[in-house]
Write a protein that binds this ligand. Structure first.
Ligand code: AOS
Ligand code: ZN
Ligand code: ZN
Ligand code: ZN
Length: 426
C-alpha cells in the first residue's frame, strides 16, 4: 500500500485552522524571547532518523510475540512500510538493515524502491549473536572475542561481507554490536576476550572503505548476564581509538545501567569527536526498547541539549547517524515508530529553544537557579505546533498518527499481506 499525498493534504485541511492558531501563539511567545520559530522549523524539516528494518514486525520479549497482522514478509515490504512512515512524517528518510536478516535479492529493485520514497541506506548492522543454519562455527561462546580462531575468523568475514552488501546499497557505515561475554565468573579471561575483540575489530577496520565509518555499540549486560566484552562507552571508545579515525562509539539509550548520566556520556564523546551514531529508545529497567520518550522525556531533552550543543560547538565530531532501535509487542509497530519520531522531534525542538548564551552567562555567574530555569523553561514549552508546521511545510501529515488511522493503513496492510507475523529483534 502506498499513501496518496493528496489524501494527506485533504486531511491536513481539516485541522489546519486549529494548527495555525496554535502556531501563531507559540511564534509570539518565542518572539518575546528573541527566538526565530521559522529557524527551528527549518532544522526540524531536514532532520532524518533511520528506521531499523527489525522494528517493522511485532517485536517483543523472549516470552512471546503477538502479531498485529499485515507485517512485512520481505525486505521490499519493509521498505514499503518505511515509505508509509516517511510519507506521513517526513522524518524517516533512511533505513538501517540487519544482515543476514535482510540480504537484498534484487539490489537495483530495492534501491529504486527506497529512492521512490526518498529513503537512503544508513548504517548496515552485522549479526554475530545468532548462529546461521549453514555456519561452520558457533557463536555460543562468542564471536569477535571467541577463544577459537576459527570462530573469530568467521565473525570477521561476516562483518566484511556486511560491508560489501552495504557498499552495493550506498550505505556509508557499519554498526557492530556484540553479544559476546560470559554468564559465569571464570568462564572468560577478560583480558584475552578484550584483546581478541580488539584484534578482530582492527581486521574489520582494514576492510572499511575510506568514506565509511564503523560504529561500535556497547551494552552492559544481556544476553550474557555476568559480563559483556564491550560493556560501556569507555570500552567502546578505547576500541574505536585502537582502530582508527573512522571508528566511533554508538550510544544506544537502553544500554546503560539504571540512573547512568547518558547526557554526560554524550557530551564527553562529542568533545572527543568520537560519537558516531545513536540508537533511540526508552526504558525503565534495562534494554527495554520502549517507545522513545515514553518513560523519561526530560532525560531525552537533556540528551538533546548536549547533542545540539555538540552539533554547534564540536566540529571535531562528524554528523551523527540517528537511528531508532525500539520495538514492542503490544503496539502496532508503525504507530510505535510514529510516536518515537514525534518524541525525537519534540526533544530536538525543545533543545533548540535553550538560550545557549544566557545559559553560559548563568553558568559563569554560578547562578544555578537560573541555569535550571533556562533548561526547564525550554522543556516546558509546548513545541508541538513547530513540529507540526515542519511537517505541513513538507507536505507530510500535521498529525501523522491520526492520519495513519484515518487512512486505515493497518487494515489495508492486513488485507494485502494477511495476518502473518514476522518478528525479529533483540
Ligand atoms: C542489541 O541490544 C542492540 O541494541 C543492537 O543494536 C541490535 O543489533 C539490535 O537491537 C537488533 O537486535
Ligand atoms: Zn541498539
Ligand atoms: Zn539494545
Ligand atoms: Zn534491544
Amino acid at each position: 500500500m502506498k499513501i496518496d499525498k493528496n489524501k494527506i493534504i485533504d486531511l491536513n485541511k481539516d485541522i489546519e485552522t486549529k494548527h495555525l492558531i496554535q502556531l501563531d501563539s507559540i511564534a509570539n511567545q518565542l518572539q518575546h524571547k528573541d527566538i526565530d520559530g521559522q529557524d527551528i522549523i527549518k532544522k526540524l524539516k531536514i532532520f532524518q532518523v533511520a528506521i531499523p528494518s527489525w522494528a517493522l514486525g511485532a517485536g517483543g520479549t523472549r516470552f512471546g510475540r503477538f502479531s498485529f497482522g499485515g507485517e512485512p514478509a520481505s525486505l521490499e515490504q519493509k521498505i514499503d512500510d518505511i515509505g508509509i512512515i516517511n510519507t506521513l512524517t517526513n522524518t524517516a528518510g533512511a533505513v538501517s538493515l540487519h544482515i543476514p536478516w535482510d540480504i537484498p535479492k534484487d539490489y537495483n529493485g530495492i534501491k529504486e524502491k527506497a529512492a521512490s520514497y526518498n529513503i537512503v541506506f544508513d548504517a548496515v548492522n552485522s549479526n554475530t549473536f545468532q548462529d546461521q543454519p549453514d555456519a561452520n562455527e558457533s557463536y555460543k561462546f562468542g564471536s569477535l572475542s571467541n577463544i577459537n580462531k576459527a570462530g573469530r575468523e568467521q565473525a570477521i568475514q561476516h562483518n566484511i561481507e556486511v560491508i560489501n552488501i552495504g557498499k552495493k546499497l550506498g550505505s556509508k557505515s557499519i554498526t557492530v554490536w556484540l553479544a559476546d561475554g560470559a554468564n559465569f565468573p571464570g568462564q572468560n579471561n577478560f583480558q584475552k576476550a578484550l584483546k581478541n575483540t580488539q584484534d578482530s575489530l582492527q581486521q574489520i577496520y582494514q576492510s572499511l572503505p575510506n568514506d565509511w565509518k564503523m560504529f561500535i555499540e556497547y551494552k552492559p549486560y544481556e544476553p550474557n548476564f555476568y559480563s559483556t566484552v564491550i560493556q560501556d562507552w569507555g570500552t567502546a571508545l578505547m576500541l574505536a581509538e585502537s582502530c582508527g579515525d573512522r571508528a566511533y562509539t554508538l550510544v544506544d539509550l537502553g544500554h546503560h545501567l539504571p540512573n547512568t548520566n547518558i547526557e554526560q556520556i554524550v557530551a564527553t564523546l562529542l568533545y572527543k569527536g568520537k560519537l558516531g551514531g545513536f540508537h533511540f529508545n526508552d526504558s525503565k529497567y534495562g534494554d527495554d526498547d520502549l517507545t522513545v520518550g515514553s518513560i523519561k522525556p526530560y532525560t531525552l531533552f537533556l540528551i538533546f541539549n548536549e547533542l545540539v550543543y555538540g552539533m554547534e560547538n564540536n566540529p571535531q565530531n562528524p554528523d551523527l547517524a540517528w537511528m531508532i532501535d525500539a520495538s514492542h509487542n503490544a503496539k502496532d509497530p508503525l504507530e510505535d515508530l510514529i510516536q518515537s519520531l514525534e518524541a525525537i522531534l519534540i526533544a530536538y525542538a525543545q533543545a533548540l529553544l535553550v538560550d545557549q548564551n544566557k545559559l553560559r552567562e548563568a553558568q559563569e555567574a554560578q547562578d544555578i537557579v537560573t541555569c535550571q530555569e533556562i533548561l526547564q523553561d525550554a522543556y516546558r514549552t509546548d513545541v508541538r505546533p513547530l513540529v507540526r508546521e515542519s511537517r505541513l511545510q513538507a507536505y507530510a501529515a500535521i498529525d501523522p498518527l491520526a492520519t495513519y488511522r484515518a487512512l486505515n493503513v493497518r487494515k489495508n496492510l492486513i488485507k494485502e499481506r494477511g495476518k502473518k507475523s514476522t518478528a525479529t529483534g533483540l
